[in-house]
Design a protein around this ligand. Structure first.
Ligand code: CA
Ligand code: CA
Length: 455
């Protein structure tokens, strides 16, 4: 076991988010895929998840494509190049370095694809859809069915074919510089294993064809399909680090309302569902987005979720966001040293941060909450069907606050949450005091690595 380094606060600030480096303990048969062999000179794309850094470090750990042969290192600056890189070399380790901005809504020749292009030939027209399913005539008891709903599905399938991209197993995808981004895509780790995503901005996976569901909630909802990054179908060992996830510049608040409900064109930021497991999200920046991290999409145990959905979320910043940071079902989810920032003039309606869903095991320690007037400590937690949550040494506006006690004091008797005695997180590197977190994370989250890639 590698000796753990404990940093002073100033040292931690100096290398915040960088790897904590120690001398290699011994030669490894595969030095490129050995956390202990990493040094400050190891290039960004050759780095692996450090030992004990969250659930993705369990077992064999997460090495992504760090050991790729030179032939399997791809520099990409177009959609075609990116997809060709994903398709190359099977599941051999591969490194994909993203240069500039890659737009998913483009044709193979690089020209832009619009929502109208996807709808062409499908016969879908929003005005007709709104007429056909107006609650005043269609009612509110049935989900839409009819020619316009069928046409919507055809158009949506056209878009999905264009923007839904699966990152293969044993891949590291990195932004070559802090300005690298992918826009309009619905990235997935779909049944794959051992994937690293770092130093990359992922933005605006807008759905051209939101679906009206009058049975969703009391007033109905417009639902969109795409997450910025979806970890799905028993995907395992995924490390998402120093990346940014945002709707900007296409905020849902700029969309109209139809049937009195917001026409929301985005779904999750990073959702982990359908039996996926062993994920670490560190030093990311989540901003200008409503639904963030859905961990488990159903209360039903039939999709392999019980015993899985183990996720560590540490040293991330959440700013101008709505809900699900995270919302958990089933999984043991460690949430520590994050900064949750509420703003007075928010363009995203605030709901809550920590959602305790069915059979959830949320452990929230040493997080910092910066809350505006009108948002109380009790509002940070919402119970769905959960029965417990552990909260330890979190700070609200700089003051250590017992979040669970504050929540219970405001909640109805049926919504009380007990302390979770089922588990205590062990896969952590260093836990900072909650009050130190805002300053620590101010400049150390999101894509911060510039060309060259060394830390
Ligand atoms: Ca919904
Ligand atoms: Ca989703």
């Amino acid at each position: 076991m590698r000796k753990r380094n404990y940093l002073s606060m100033s040292a931690a600030l100096a290398v915040a988010g960088a790897l904590i480096v120690s001398a290699p303990a011994s030669a490894s048969p595969n030095p490129l895929a050995d956390p202990a062999a990493q040094t400050a000179q190891t290039p960004l794309e050759r780095q692996v998840l450090p030992q004990s850094d969250g659930w993705a470090s369990a077992g064999a750990g997460t090495t992504g494509g760090s050991a790729a042969e030179a032939a399997n290192v791809f520099d990409v600056s177009t959609k075609a190049e990116l997809l060709a890189a994903f398709a190359a070399a099977g599941t051999q380790p591969k490194i994909v370095r993203v240069h500039g901005t890659i737009d998913a809504n483009t044709a193979p020749d690089g020209s832009a694809l619009t929502c109208e292009n996807y709808a062409a030939g499908a016969g879908y027209h929003l005005e007709q859809y709104l007429q056909d399913f107006d609650p005043a005539t269609y009612g509110r008891s049935e989900e839409p069915a009819g020619p316009q709903e069928s046409a919507r599905r055809v158009a949506a399938a056209n878009q999905a074919k264009s923007i839904r991209w699966d990152i293969p197993s044993n891949t590291t995808i990195v932004g070559a510089t802090a300005e690298s981004s992918i826009t309009g895509a619905a990235l997935r780790v779909n049944g794959a294993t051992n994937v690293i995503v770092r130093n990359l901005t992922v933005r605006d996976s807008a759905d051209c064809f939101p679906a009206w569901d009058p049975t969703d909630g009391a007033e109905g909802n417009w639902n969109s399909e795409y997450d910025l990054l979806q970890v799905i179908n028993k995907a395992t060992h995924v490390w998402i680090d120093h990346s940014a996830f945002t709707d900007a510049p296409n905020l849902d608040s700029e969309q109209p309302e139809y049937f009195g409900r917001p026409y929301q064109v985005h779904d999750g930021a990073v959702d982990v569902t359908n039996g996926s497991d062993l994920v670490t999200m560190s030093f990311n920046r989540f901003s200008d987005h409503d639904k963030l991290l859905l961990i488990g999409s159903t209360d039903s145990p039939t999709r392999g979720d019980p015993g899985k959905l183990r996720v560590t979320i540490h040293h991330n910043v959440f700013e101008n966001v709505g809900q699900r940071a995270p919302r958990v079902r089933f999984g043991q989810v460690d949430v520590y040293n994050n900064h949750f920032i509420g703003t007075e003039d928010s363009t995203v309606p605030f709901e809550y941060f920590l959602g305790a869903g069915f059979d959830s095991h949320l452990y929230a320690e040493a997080n910092a909450f910066t809350l505006p007037a009108g948002v109380d400590a009790a509002d940070t937690i919402r119970r769905f069907k959960g029965t417990s949550i552990t909260t330890v040494a979190n700070a609200v506006n700089g003051k250590i606050t017992d979040l669970r006690a504050e929540y219970n004091a405001a909640a109805a008797p049926a919504d009380q949450l007990a302390a979770d005695t089922a588990w205590t997180p062990t896969l952590r590197t260093q836990v900072h005091p909650a009050q130190a977190v805002p300053a620590l994370l101010q400049k150390s989250t999101g894509p911060i690595f510039t060309a060259g890639g060394n830390l």
